[in-house]
Structures are given as structure tokens and as C-alpha cells.
Write a protein that binds this ligand. Structure first.
Ligand code: PPE
Length: 304
């Protein structure tokens, strides 16, 4: 990992190498943490954070679901995000706020452990490579089922949910694929290990209904952009066969941005290349995040 200068830790900017926690931190043992992934992009008027307020809103929602009280008001975390980007002097970066149960008593019950809060930033290029963004990735339907709504809480971006993602990702990569697609407990499409999923059929855009998925901010961004372009978007139950027979498919996520899916389980999706609608959505998306689409300016928090 390429180290930067500082990390925001419980309100202080501490040197990167000194941003440490105790080995008996509750979250390390029991996954009691919630986090966010946000991107800051370079625009003509300097760096701008994309949909910062929406990401922080989801962080507080995640904390609410897992019964943690974040010991700062949202405005303070917003300032923390801006301060830590400035302190590291980067124009573009990925931002990772994490809120977790700290060092106190051991045992599953987290109530005696305080809540710590960290914001780190690093430089992160295309999640599945530049080639993936241009040509599409190869995906596999996972043998792992997405976290069930009454066992984990897929709506919360909690660390504990990511064992499910991690197992699926390892399996997919071991088998020579780039990414895993998980089905929900009823066998319908849910999402990728770290992305939401969309496909296009006869000009209509489909994406799984928000039952067993993380409600992605990029998912919401793409839905809004597509509808504004006059396209029809349906949030519905989707099957693997729908995906196999789609004309185009793509993943969305803060890290993954919009990554075309070229192939699923050895079957080409459409032509097996980036589809036209996917390409158009990518072009508009990258203009939006770089501040080149005035209609979407309100989504940007400018640093200067
Ligand atoms: N589903 C999952 C399971 C997921 O992890 C992400 C983001 C999304 C959907 C898309 O959400 P959004 O970023 O709001 O559009 N995954 C984050 C973590 C990736 C990682 O490897 O770490 C991300 O993209 O930041």
C-alpha cells in the first residue's frame, strides 16, 4: 500500500504510521464496525468529494442498524474528510471512514467497548483495472449466498458482511474470474462482492430490487443519470438467466465506478464487449464526478 502522510483518528490528524489500535479491539474479533467508501475526484476547480453527505448519511444509518452511536455529529465527520484530504495534499483519492467498537471488555456483547472513528484516504485507481473499465470483466455466479436479511444486515455497510464478500471474491479469483456475483437466499440476483449489478435488455435497464443488497450510492447515481437521459430503469427481481441473455451488463460501486461485465459463467454477455448504453453511462458518470455536468453540481463538495 502506498502510504500517505496522515490519518484522522478520533478527531486528531495523526502520522500514518502511528494510526494504530489495540489487538483486543472488539471490532477485530467480532466484526463490529461500519464503514464507507467515498471518492474525491479532480475537477477544473480543484478536488471535489462525490456525494459526501449521502455517504455520511449511510454511515449513520449503518451505525443505527448495528446499534452504535457515532460520537460526532455529521458536520464534524464532513470536516474530518475535507481536513484529511487537504492534510495529505492529494487531488484524487478514495476515502474510508470507519466507525468501530474499540478496546474494552472481550466477549460478544459490545456494550462496554467505546466507539472509535477513523478516516483514512489513499490513491486508488480502477478497482478491476483500466482494462476492466474499457473492455469489461469476467464474472462468476458465486457458490456463496448473499447475507440473508435476517442474519446479517445487507443494508448496513458493516465489516461483518464482508466475510461473505471476501469468500465469494476469493472463490471467483481462484477459478480465474475477476469478480463474483452473489444470489440471494431465494436464488435471485443480488450484487457483486463489492458492487451493485445492472443489465440491459432491449434498451431497458434492470437492477435487482433493494431487498438483499447494499443500497449503493453509485447505483442511485446511475439510475438518476439514466432516467434523466430518458432511459427506462426497472428495480425488480432478476435471475441469472436474465443476466446470461442480457445485451449488456455492468457493475457499479464507488471503487468499481462503472465496470462493464463481458462474460458470466463462460457465457458472453451481448457481444462480450462493453455495451453502448454502458459506455454512454460511463461517459456521463465520469463527467458528473469531474464537475463537467452543471445539473449535478450539488453532488460535489469542493475543497477549494
Ligand atoms: N455492494 C457492495 C457489497 C459493496 O461493497 C459496494 C461498495 C456496493 C454495493 C456499491 O456501493 P456504492 O459504493 O455506494 O456505490 N463497495 C465498496 C468497498 C470496496 C472494497 O473493496 O473495499 C466501495 O466501492 O467503496
Amino acid at each position: 500500500m502506498q502510504e500517505l502522510e496522515k490519518i484522522w483518528m478520533n478527531g486528531e490528524l495523526v502520522p500514518w504510521k502511528e494510526a494504530k489500535i489495540h489487538v483486543l479491539t472488539h471490532a477485530l474479533h467480532y466484526g463490529t464496525a461500519v464503514f464507507e467508501g467515498i471518492r474525491c475526484y479532480k475537477t477544473n476547480t480543484g478536488p471535489a468529494v462525490f456525494r459526501l453527505k449521502d455517504h455520511l448519511k449511510r454511515l449513520y444509518d449503518s451505525a443505527h442498524i448495528v446499534r452504535m452511536t457515532i460520537p460526532y455529529p455529521p458536520e464534524e465527520l464532513e470536516k474530518g474528510v475535507i481536513d484529511i484530504i487537504k492534510a495529505n495534499g492529494v487531488e484524487e483519492c478514495y476515502i474510508r471512514p470507519i466507525v468501530f467498537r474499540g478496546y474494552g471488555e472481550m466477549g460478544v456483547d459490545p456494550s462496554s467497548c467505546g466507539v472509535d472513528c477513523v478516516i483514512a484516504v489513499w490513491c486508488w485507481g480502477a478497482y478491476m483495472g483500466e482494462k476492466g473499465i474499457k473492455e469489461g470483466v469476467r464474472a462468476k455466479i458465486s457458490s456463496y449466498t448473499r447475507t440473508y436479511i435476517n442474519s446479517g444486515s445487507p443494508r448496513a455497510k458493516s465489516s461483518a458482511n464482508y466475510l461473505n464478500s471476501s469468500l465469494a471474491k476469493i472463490e471467483a479469483k481462484d477459478l480465474g474470474y475477476d469478480e463474483a456475483i452473489l444470489l440471494d437466499i431465494n436464488g435471485f440476483l443480488s450484487e457483486g462482492s463489492g458492487e451493485n449489478i445492472f443489465y440491459v435488455k432491449d434498451g431497458v435497464i434492470f437492477t435487482p430490487h433493494p431487498y438483499s443488497i447494499l443500497l449503493g450510492i453509485t447505483r442511485d447515481t446511475v439510475i438518476k443519470i439514466a432516467r434523466k437521459l430518458g432511459m427506462e430503469v426497472k428495480e425488480t427481481l432478476c435471475t441469472r438467466d436474465d443476466l446470461y441473455l442480457a445485451d449488456e451488463a455492468f457493475f457499479t460501486g464507488t471503487a468499481a465506478e462503472i465496470t462493464p461485465i463481458a462474460e458470466v459463467d463462460g457465457r458472453k454477455i451481448g457481444t462480450g464487449k462493453r455495451g453502448e448504453i454502458t459506455h454512454l453511462l460511463q461517459e456521463v458518470f465520469f463527467r458528473v464526478v469531474r464537475g463537467e455536468e452543471p445539473d449535478y453540481e450539488s453532488w460535489l463538495t469542493k475543497l477549494r
